[in-house]
Design a protein around this ligand. Structure first.
Ligand SMILES: *[C@@H]1O[C@H](CO)[C@@H](O)[C@H](O)[C@H]1NC(C)=O
Ligand SMILES: *[C@@H]1O[C@H](CO)[C@@H](O)[C@H](O)[C@H]1NC(C)=O
Ligand SMILES: *[C@@H]1O[C@H](CO)[C@@H](O)[C@H](O)[C@H]1NC(C)=O
Ligand SMILES: *[C@@H]1O[C@H](CO)[C@@H](O)[C@H](O)[C@H]1NC(C)=O
Ligand SMILES: *[C@@H]1O[C@H](CO)[C@@H](O)[C@H](O)[C@H]1NC(C)=O
Ligand SMILES: *[C@@H]1O[C@H](CO)[C@@H](O)[C@H](O)[C@H]1NC(C)=O
Ligand SMILES: *[C@@H]1O[C@H](CO)[C@@H](O)[C@H](O)[C@H]1NC(C)=O
Ligand SMILES: *[C@@H]1O[C@H](CO)[C@@H](O)[C@H](O)[C@H]1NC(C)=O
Length: 472
């Protein structure tokens, strides 16, 4: 492919928008302007547009068949350089559809995918093996809006096009306790590798927004995720039993944790035994008044290890980083490194909860104690905080190896700033003065943060060009 002519992105987008409008009236594309660049893990040899497959972007017509037909057609190219499907300007109502291998879904900046509120547009799928039951209801669950399983090399990107989950329908059913199956997620990829989800605006998911599970080599970049701060379980990004995951430059406003790293639930998660590991999160901005900026758990029964997070900003959250676990979860949360947090307005900066409860069923093993160890936080500034920390381990199963350094917290008048039970660790240069279970080191120390990189950090995106816009 020849490179695109040198035009600024905004001009290219303008021109393409015009071309698209003209294109819809059957006018051919002007020469020399038929090109758009975007970064991706892989470029594609073939491309097509949703309207080639009967798509109608009026916000009313169902495009479920058009998406399914388009992607099943383009799957024929997976062994011949792969294919890209353009979602052009318009509002594209659809139910759930499945992705394919070596495939890119590309949303134009004026494109909105609208999730259908008609339940017959959502096939049901089995519960997740590491969870044993659905989270809203014990039986099956609705397939996610955009779903993929057993795939390799999948990209969902665009010039900040929008996916609107139209979640209010599902939130109402949740509040009225009328759900017979677990709500759909917005994007879920399962048993897959080489996944990129970038440059999109995601709004109002029925439940979690982005859920990679049992997958590896995942890049999530430049997402704006927005849901009302009181909407139920609208977690932003939940890597679940995933290895090698890089999440960067995301802005998230939601009704639940902005990012929650998970790995299965009690006896089901222990049996499945697939950890979340080698995860880097950087340059995250989060607003979520009743939840955490980053949560580890509460479902962590496959283990969580080697998580690194840096350059984090929270504006009005309940906590910054929260570890949630319980007796019965088993496994571990270990080697967690957090560096550089700028925080404003929250209840607890540091929060660990060993008594989260919330079991899938009474069959959990009361002897399955989680091992929480090697938790490192440094370089934190926080303003307008109620309590500095609430660190609650488990009796006879203390959380160990906690290290906190270079922290300044401006908090209110509450007396018990550091409320600690069943934990062990050290602190250095921390204000206000920590609890006795976290004694201050005599010499100044910096809590560790690894020098090496997790493998997904060295993956470079290619510059791909999307040409031959005559198909618009
Ligand atoms: C579907 O794919 C085949 C090639 O496998 C192609 O010949 C055909 O035109 C495609 N159909 C549409 C509607 O694009
Ligand atoms: C998507 O794939 C899943 C799992 O293979 C299947 O159960 C579901 O019916 C598929 N959905 C569609 C719309 O084909
Ligand atoms: C997907 O991969 C998993 C794990 O390797 C396997 O158990 C399952 O059977 C596969 N599913 C399909 C539809 O190939
Ligand atoms: C995201 O889109 C912007 C234009 O809005 C572009 O400059 C940037 O390279 C894109 N990044 C990714 C990761 O797609
Ligand atoms: C400080 O936090 C309280 C909640 O504890 C909030 O109501 C108030 O608006 C915050 N003030 C500022 C200046 O952000
Ligand atoms: C917890 O894990 C650490 C690190 O892997 C290990 O050294 C320690 O013995 C474990 N503790 C228990 C109680 O198993
Ligand atoms: C301490 O943390 C602040 C951020 O709150 C950072 O700017 C500063 O460089 C850190 N100091 C050291 C010695 O690392
Ligand atoms: C301190 O933490 C314990 C255990 O989490 C809790 O029961 C207690 O209410 C807390 N005390 C205060 C004053 O918040």
């Amino acid at each position: 492919m020849k490179p695109c002519p040198k035009l600024s992105d905004s001009i290219v987008v303008e021109v393409i928008f015009t071309v698209l409008l003209l294109g819809l009236q059957g006018v051919r594309v002007a020469k020399g302007l038929d090109c758009l660049e975007y970064p991706a893990i892989s470029c594609r040899k073939h491309s097509a547009v949703l309207t080639d497959f009967g798509g109608v972007g009026d916000g009313k017509t169902s495009n479920t068949k058009a998406f399914q037909y388009a992607i099943s057609n383009l799957s024929h190219y997976s062994s011949d350089g792969g294919a890209l499907l353009v979602v052009p300007p318009g509002k594209w109502l659809t139910g759930s559809f499945n992705l394919t291998n070596h495939f890119t879904l590309f949303l134009h900046n004026e494109a909105t995918i609208l999730a259908s509120q008609d339940e017959s547009e959502w096939p049901t799928v089995k519960v997740l093996p590491s969870y044993g039951r659905g989270r809203d209801a014990p039986d099956g669950r609705f397939s996610s809006l955009i779903f993929g399983t057993n795939l390799t090399d999948v990209v969902i990107t665009g010039y900040h096009g929008t996916i609107d989950g139209q979640g209010s329908y599902w939130w109402d059913k949740f509040h009225k306790d009328e759900l017979k199956l677990t709500r759909p997620y917005m994007i879920e990829v399962m048993f897959s590798n080489q996944i990129q989800i970038s440059n999109l605006t995601l709004i109002n998911s029925p439940s979690w927004f982005v859920h990679p599970i049992y997958s590896s080599d995942i890049i999530i970049q430049g997402l704006t995720i927005l849901a009302p701060v009181d909407s139920p379980n609208t977690d932003g990004i939940n890597p679940d039993s995933c290895t090698n995951t890089r999440i960067e430059d995301c802005y998230i406003v939601s009704g639940d944790d902005c990012i929650a790293i998970k790995s299965g639930w009690d006896e089901y998660g222990i049996k499945f035994g697939m950890p979340s590991q080698h995860i880097i999160i950087r340059r995250l901005e989060c607003v979520s008044p009743d939840s955490a900026m980053i949560a580890l758990g509460s479902e962590m029964s496959g283990g969580i290890q080697d998580v690194r997070a840096e350059d984090l900003t929270a504006i009005n959250t309940q906590s910054a980083v929260r570890i949630k676990t319980a007796v019965g979860r088993g496994a571990y949360v270990r080697d967690i490194f957090v560096k550089g947090m700028n925080l404003n307005t929250m209840k607890y900066v540091f929060w660990m909860t060993g008594s989260y409860g919330s079991h899938p069923d009474p069959g959990f093993d009361p002897k399955a104690l989680p091992n929480i160890t090697g938790i490192n936080y440094r370089d934190v500034f926080a303003d307008n905080v109620t309590y500095s920390a609430r660190l609650e381990g488990i009796a006879n199963d203390p959380f160990t190896g906690i290290c906190i350094s270079n922290v300044t917290i401006h908090s209110g008048e509450k007396k018990l700033q550091w409320n600690c039970t069943d934990i062990e660790g050290v602190t250095s240069n921390v204000y206000p003065k920590p609890c006795e279970l976290l004694p201050e080191k005599e010499e100044l120390i910096e809590c560790p943060y690894p020098d090496d990189k997790v493998p997904i950090e060295s993956v470079q995106l290619k510059t791909c060009s999307l040409k031959s816009l005559s198909f618009f």
